[in-house]
Design a protein around this ligand. Structure first.
Ligand SMILES: [Zn+2]
Length: 295
């Protein structure tokens, strides 16, 4: 790691670190994407003809789906996502500590057992469980209402149509439903319809799993950097006022992230214009932060 002093400013992270973050996401994406796809497969198995009959009778998502889905999502966040959050917080935090030590000739260690880290994981875990559960209920309910409106009365057909969309967003689920309807209209044989729908849903599942994985890893990585900077400040390891600047990711950053980047250098504890202390600002945000300290 090169040491840079730009106009009496210690550069702790810069565009090279944004590159390192993206490489981290590429290398570790599967650690969350794979269990996400497994989760949706297990959840879809609960959509049986018997439970679909109940959904048709009541016109609502049955408790036989909702309760175990919620429990499975909770386990997914606890057993699959939390360890990966912690790993990326440690990786990012230690990298900042290494750079601070290089610049300051100190022996500062990032401590991932701090209450700030535990608090972040608890908060984010709680929010994620609520969001994933609500999203799933919303999209399955939307598809159920869509099928009822289309006049579907066979629980066998309903189960066949709901199973492939478990785990997709509402928009994706309805796109699958429309795709299926268009194939049926063309009088394509049922087995061909089913395999084409399965392929389309598989493609959407793969993309969604990747989106969730990258967003969660990026969020925790960025938190790890921020927390390490705070620990460095608390340990008086920095020579002066710490600052940060938003580095928008990709060729065409969105308005939110561009606005954050345009704000330039701000104080470590200040919020960026979007209201965020660090990325991510939205799902699939792959922005990074340049940290520095003025002497
Ligand atoms: Zn962004």
């Amino acid at each position: 790691m090169a040491v840079e002093i730009r106009s009496r400013r210690l550069v702790i992270t810069d565009t090279r670190d944004a590159f390192v973050l993206r490489r981290y996401l590429n290398d570790n994406e599967r650690t969350i994407a794979r269990p996400a796809k497994d989760l949706w497969k297990r959840q879809a198995k609960l959509v049986t003809v018997e439970t679909a009959k109940q959904a048709l009778n009541t016109g609502a998502v049955p408790a036989e789906w909702e309760d175990p889905w919620e429990r499975m999502i909770r386990e997914f966040v606890r057993d699959d996502i939390t360890p990966e959050w912690l790993a990326s917080i440690r990786t990012a935090g230690s990298r900042i500590a290494k750079k601070v030590n290089l610049l300051q000739r100190k022996q500062f260690d990032f401590d991932s057992t701090m209450t700030s880290v535990k608090g972040w994981i608890d908060d984010e875990g709680g929010k994620l469980i609520v969001n994933l559960t609500a999203g799933q209920m919303g999209s399955v309910n939307a598809l159920l209402q869509d099928q009822i409106a289309l006049g579907v009365t066979s629980p066998y057909i309903l189960a066949q149509r709901i199973r492939p969309i478990v785990g997709l967003t509402e928009r994706e689920a309805l796109a699958v439903a429309r795709f299926m309807a268009s194939l049926v209209e063309e009088n394509i044989p049922a087995n061909v319809v089913n395999s084409q729908v399965a392929n389309y849903a598989k493609f959407l599942h793969k993309n969604r799993a990747s989106r969730i994985a990258r967003t969660e890893l990026s969020n925790s990585y960025n938190f790890g950097q921020m927390d390490s900077m705070r620990q460095a400040v608390a340990a008086a390891e920095l020579p002066g006022e710490p600052e940060k600047s938003w580095m928008a990711g990709g060729q065409n950053p969105c308005e939110i992230c561009q606005g954050n980047e345009d704000a330039g250098d701000i104080a470590l504890e200040a919020a960026f214009p979007s209201g965020h202390l660090h990325p991510t600002a939205h799902p699939q945000c792959e922005c990074a932060v340049g940290y520095s300290a003025r002497r």
